[in-house]
Design a protein around this ligand. Structure first.
Ligand SMILES: C[S@@+](CC[C@H](N)C(=O)[O-])C[C@H]1O[C@@H](n2cnc3c(N)ncnc32)[C@H](O)[C@@H]1O
Length: 226
């Protein structure tokens, strides 16, 4: 899996932590909205450093966390950040989840779904493992309306799916989930320098940075298993 090679290199360079810090700005708001109950089992698809499950254990008292990732390097790092026996980091691929049907109460994913080689199949897999009434909180920063993110695909040597909001909703329905909610979560924590500082090393204009972080931020699509 090419994506695993790419993220193994990120993990070896310790880039999983910086990535988690950046994603946390909006991921924490998505996690807060999840209707998890103490004792629930939760799947984190493309767990990376595994921060989401550790946060849900601490803040919401979930009973069991399964952090799935295709990168052995990411899994090794994630395991190194906790000794909680209720959180397990599992090797697996988004299109064939190594979990039994009806085995998790809720699923979460941050900045990972669009790497799936078959995103609709991934939704079907999430639906299969969710118990009836379980939710899938799928958060992505790379989506069609957020034009400043489109260039990312040239930084990473892996195929990525660029959908708009309607395409996410359609794919969720095609994969067997009801769409309960869709929203964008602005990133209000990234510091945007004053106009005179532009262009910066990374940004052509202040307007582009505002569009990326404050206007669009993270797209959250919430599916519910029937
Ligand atoms: C950009 S990182 C995001 C990690 C974490 N969710 C976060 O918010 O920081 C995407 C993760 O998804 C994993 N991933 C991507 N495609 C995958 C696939 N098809 N199957 C399993 N894992 C995959 C990568 O290995 C990587 O760790």
């Amino acid at each position: 899996m090419r994506v695993a090679d790419e993220f193994d290199a990120w993990a070896a360079a310790g880039r999983d932590r910086g990535m988690a810090e950046r994603h946390w700005h909006t991921a924490k708001h998505a996690l807060e909205r999840m209707p998890v109950e103490p004792g629930d089992a939760v799947l984190d698809l493309g767990t990376g450093s595994g921060y989401a499950l550790r946060a849900l254990r601490e803040a919401a008292g979930i009973g069991r966390g399964y952090g799935l990732d295709g990168s052995g390097g990411m899994l090794r790092n994630a395991r190194g950040y906790t000794d909680d026996p209720q959180v397990g980091y599992l090797a697996g691929e988004f299109t064939a989840l190594p979990l039994a049907a009806d085995s998790v109460d809720h699923a979460f994913s941050m900045e990972a779904f669009y790497y799936s080689p078959d995103p609709v199949r991934t939704v079907e897999e999430v639906r299969r493992v969710l118990r009836p009434g379980g939710t899938f909180f799928c958060a992505v920063n790379y989506f069609a309306e957020s034009e400043q993110t489109h260039g990312w695909s040239s930084n990473i040597d892996v195929e990525m799916t660029l959908w708009d909001r309607a395409e996410y909703r359609e794919a969720f329905r095609e994969g067997g989930l009801h769409v309960a909610e869709q929203d964008t979560i602005p990133d209000r924590e990234v510091e945007i320098p004053p106009p005179g500082a532009f262009p910066t090393e990374d940004w052509e204009s202040r307007a582009a940075m505002v569009d990326r972080y404050r206007t669009w931020g993270t797209l959250l699509t919430v599916g519910v298993a029937p």
